[in-house]
Ligand binder design. Sequence first.
Ligand SMILES: Cc1cc2nc3c(=O)[nH]c(=O)nc-3n(C[C@H](O)[C@H](O)[C@H](O)COP(=O)(O)OP(=O)(O)OC[C@H]3O[C@@H](n4cnc5c(N)ncnc54)[C@H](O)[C@@H]3O)c2cc1C
Length: 260
Amino acid sequence: MKIVVCAKFVPDATADRRFRSEDNTVDRAGVDGLLSELDEYAVETALTVKEAGDAEVTILTVGPEQAADAVKKGLQMGADAGVHVLDDAIHGSDAVATSLVLSKALAKLEADLVVFGMGSTDGSMGVVPAMVSERLGLPAVTLGSEVTVDGNTVRIRRDGDTASDTVEGTLPLVLSVSDQANEPRYPSFKGIMAAKKKPVETWTLADLEVSADQVGGASSWTEVVEVTARPARTAGTIVTDEDGSGAAQLVEFLSTNKFL
Ligand SMILES: Cc1cc2nc3c(=O)[nH]c(=O)nc-3n(C[C@H](O)[C@H](O)[C@H](O)COP(=O)(O)OP(=O)(O)OC[C@H]3O[C@@H](n4cnc5c(N)ncnc54)[C@H](O)[C@@H]3O)c2cc1C
């Protein structure tokens, strides 16, 4: 079975994330970045399926030069190979364009099982898996909190607020997993050393027969027109209960702020 994990390179949430003033896109070059934490659950799912049967796991990323680190992390966790789609024309792509590039790469890789995270930690739209399944004409089994692969059948449990669904589909298909699906493994020293020898291919848009005018800021259906920093968090109200009026002050605060 050919398993491909779509893994996004994102700015480190603990770093000082910035937008580029020239086009309001995320500054991915000037800040530390890493494999999107929510995609580690997707890598772990793929490795678990691989260890239970006969499969090969490829990490696929679309992103700038630094996105090679997202592939490297997946290889260190235990994936077999990587593909990095790198092309300046992709800069500023919206989800529609990203899904086009990913779909073309997945078709070229002839993936049987495509695994996604539940959403990236920067754009956080959670739409790319459905867009890719539509483009490839494959079933989408999404937001699995528990995943079983039995021959050609993939079955998940998807947890909702009031009920859990059991959803299944037949390979080839698109799967996305939630952050409840597993405990991603940490790369072992052996895994980190082995990753250095694993094959990583770098593809351009030309390799995927995608033209530059189909991707990038210019072809985007959406545009970030303005970025305003969120007001800094205030310290909040501190209630000291020296004279026994603490409870009254608390009720006053809750009712003033319409919590009651
Ligand atoms: C703050 C912000 C706001 C944005 N708003 C919009 C918007 O309103 N509309 C719009 O169309 N675009 C928007 N974008 C651009 C969008 O984030 C990118 O196009 C992105 O590649 C796809 O969207 P996402 O990160 O939300 O993906 P999601 O749909 O959240 O990603 C789901 C999964 O798809 C896979 N995936 C996503 N991107 C990649 C990738 N580059 N390489 C490999 N796998 C990937 C991962 O498995 C991920 O877990 C925004 C970006 C940012 C940073």
